[in-house]
Design a protein around this ligand. Structure first.
Ligand SMILES: [Zn+2]
Length: 343
């Protein structure tokens, strides 16, 4: 396992200082598993302005399809052969088909009846129960031997900067035989690593990061939290690897609680930087894939320019899939460390 970085240096002449020479560093990092590159550059203090939330949220509940007065009237139902009762309901959490599906078996799960929940008020309990509702769906599609019941995935887009078109907290829940790009590349590369080294990449990564401690935040149960070496987010990514678990349905109730616990710690940490939005994806192997380990990636999202609504994804990322992170992952680890001090 190699942690490769190429350091670069740009020289410019500064007109404000009598054309004095200024040197600006940057770095290109290579993800040790996939070879994907990530740039560490555009260095700035990781501190953003939050919007006026009252103004942002005001009135959006009136047309929100997930609010309690509308959700059971508006949202669709699954056909009987998949889910005889149409939707899964656990108190105020409701799972129903995604009206804009990107695969055969796509669902959306509301995380309760509350329309707007500030990031720091999302509790461990709420995340656990919402994950559990998604897991009920995964078990149901497994039980009917659905051909798409291979990879069970939860994606979470929290708030509009992360791509959510609704304020109301919800999860994207889907089961698919078609692994998404980056997950497929990881699965293939992990298989190659296992064959070449007779060792599991993810377990080796945890052992390396834990010993090195430059990016390792800590363990909650068998979930290991670390700042990603080659992050995709502008404020870094945090990776949680569940040691010993190959796939989503191998996660225990305790694992789900530990993952939710870690996520709330990350939300508290990034909130201090003025971040109020994130993406979170599950990455899983197929059942019995010895090379895979379940992991999730938490990636904070923000604007390059809040007033203009300039997204943090530009041409470099969108068309080259080359990413920019504005601080060293090792510094981001230091900033998040206070939230993991109980471990
Ligand atoms: Zn709502």
């Amino acid at each position: 396992m190699e942690f490769i970085a190429t350091r670069k240096e740009t020289q410019i002449l500064n007109p404000a200082k009598d054309l004095a020479l200024r040197s600006i560093p940057s770095e290109i990092r290579v993800d040790p598993l996939t070879g994907r590159t990530a740039r560490i550059c555009h260095f700035m203090k990781l501190q953003w302005q939050k919007p006026d939330f009252d103004q942002l949220v005001a009135g959006t509940e009136k047309t929100c399809p997930f609010c309690p007065d509308k959700v059971l009237k508006i949202t669709p139902l699954f056909p009987r052969e998949i889910l005889p009762e149409g939707r899964l309901i656990d108190e105020d959490r409701i799972l129903f088909p995604n009206i804009a599906p990107y695969d055969t078996l796509g669902a959306v799960a509301t995380m309760g009846d509350r329309h707007y929940i500030p990031m720091t008020e999302i509790s461990v309990e709420r995340i656990v129960r919402s994950f559990n509702l998604a897991f009920d769906f995964f078990r149901r599609v497994e039980a009917v031997d659905h051909p798409e019941a291979v990879y069970h995935l939860i994606n979470w887009n929290y708030m509009p900067p992360a791509g959510s078109s609704l304020i109301h907290p919800h999860l994207q829940v889907f089961s698919t035989a078609s692994a998404p790009n980056l997950m497929r590349q990881e699965l293939d590369a992990a298989k190659g690593y296992l064959e070449a080294n007779q060792s599991n990449y993810w377990e080796d990564l945890v052992a390396h990061e834990k010993a090195d401690r430059e990016r390792y935040l800590g363990a909650i149960g068998r979930t290991h939290w670390m700042s990603a070496y080659a992050p995709m987010g502008v404020a870094g990514d945090v990776l949680a690897v569940v040691s010993g678990a190959r796939s989503t349905l191998e996660l225990t109730d305790q694992d789900l609680r530990d993952l939710a616990d870690g996520l709330t710690r990350l939300m508290a940490g990034y909130d201090r930087m003025g971040i109020y939005s994130f993406n979170m994806n599950f990455f899983t192997g197929a059942k019995d894939d010895a090379a895979a380990r379940f992991h999730l990636l938490f990636s904070p999202r923000t604007f390059f320019n809040q007033a203009l609504g300039a997204t943090d994804v530009g041409a470099l990322r969108n068309l080259f899939n080359e990413t920019i992170c504005m601080a060293f992952p090792e510094e981001i680890k230091t900033m998040l460390e206070p939230d993991f001090d109980l471990l």
